[in-house]
Design a protein around this ligand. Sequence first.
Ligand code: FAD
Ligand code: 2HG
Ligand code: ZN
Length: 478
Amino acid sequence: GGAESAAPRRRPFSRVTADDLVFFRGVLPGRVITDPDVLESCNVDWLKTVKGNSEVLLRPKTTDEVSQILRYCNARNLAVCPQGGNTGLVGGSVPVFDEIILSTALLNRVLAFDTISGILTCQAGCVLESLSEYADKQDFVMPLDLGAKGSCHIGGNVSTNAGGLRLLRYGSLRGTVLGLEVVLADGRVLNLLASLRKDNTGFDLKQLFIGSEGTLGVVTAVTILCPRKPRSINVAFLGCSSFQNLLKTFHMCRGMLGEILSAFEFLDASCMSLLENHLKLTNPISESPFYIVIETAGSNSAHDEEKLHNFLDKVMTSSLVTDGTVATEEAKIKALWSLRERVTEALRHDGYTYKYDISLPVEKIYDLVTDMKEHLGSRAKNVVGYGHVGDGNLHLNVISPTKDVGLLAAIEPYVYEWAARCRGSISAEHGLGLKKRNFIYYSKVPEAVALMANIKAMLDPRGILNPYKTLPDDAHSR
Ligand code: FAD
Ligand code: 2HG
Ligand code: ZN
């Protein structure tokens, strides 16, 4: 059984009344939305595979407003779905039934930036790309980057612990987020907005909220450490004849580029066809089974280019790489990156997509795609693999012309069993949301899930925050 067959039942929350709307309008004048046209887009996820029926969208501008709303909802037993940019891929960002949508879209101010340390403090609804532009003007960069940057919010990034394209270089948000401000289910404001690199004074509570997908609190502000902007960036787009050669290229790349390597990403030939067919992008090199995007980021262009050219020379002469192109100027760098960043968008044009975001020992990541192709045969329209080689993170996508329950039954739990056998993760970076929650046991021992349920009960005893998400349906009974 997959996500669709495991649809949850509505829990006995209250329903929004006219009196509730009067209260909300008092706290948020002009920012209580009940217009069905506006609600339509907030009720549906980016993939258009999950749809809720919320009749109220709230748009607070301050932490205090969020606090007043949650205190009231908790007292009234009204369920709330926190929403950022609504780019999440696991059905976590939209209501399942009539949960109130609490949007961070107007919590969009930068609060402070320290030009010496690069420490940025901002409200949770700042769009990632605007923050990147802001940091750029001060000669810094954001430590994370992802294809959804134009829409996703930093609060959503933190709440999903998003990985993305720079994790190889700057590490996860668990390291770069220095502080958070969170509003708890009962309206209490938890100010953890420290801006210290080091602070070993007991439990690191902010880590609980990073990656908890809106189930433990609403993130209202974030303090994050921005690295200095690299002086020199190069991007290479390479072709490989086999995944084995791609892995050898990765190994050599780490050895020869060392500290300037900032990304090592891949896509397979099927992804390239989808980019060409649906987005009219052009393959800049000759056709091959696998493509690699390598980025270097350093402080000395002569040094970086010399290293990159030595590396390219080596992989070309040893035939690990069959063709390639390099970019140093911004427009071409952007064009090469879009071949990797826009795969998700191309897939959405191809049909109904079943998405799997798996962590595996890096040498095994493409075996799963090959095996899945064989396992599904002609039942799938397309089976593609791409992802973050540097992080051992595969994005396996299976496309079908329309939603297909039989196909889903052939993929799940097969794919999760495959991951569990390799002690992999069934969700490397996208989270569990609605779609993956009941598969948590493939990646976590029951004792850990039980502890998660206890923490949830302690922080949100009535369960009003993002119900039906992240925790499995049987979390309390197992
Ligand atoms: P939403 O989708 O709105 O919400 C995601 C979850 O966080 C939900 O459970 C929601 O309830 C909760 N939430 C949101 N804001 C808050 C808050 N302030 N407080 C508490 N809970 C909150 N993900 C990656 O990890 N790496 C990638 O490379 C990547 N690339 C992507 C590319 C594309 C084209 C798309 C469409 C998605 C991609 N994603 C990627 C997935 C997604 O963009 C990320 O998970 C992103 O971090 C979600 O941010 P958001 O603001 O859109 O959050
Ligand atoms: C990416 O790396 C995202 O492009 C999306 O994490 C992956 O859509 C996917 O499967
Ligand atoms: Zn990814």
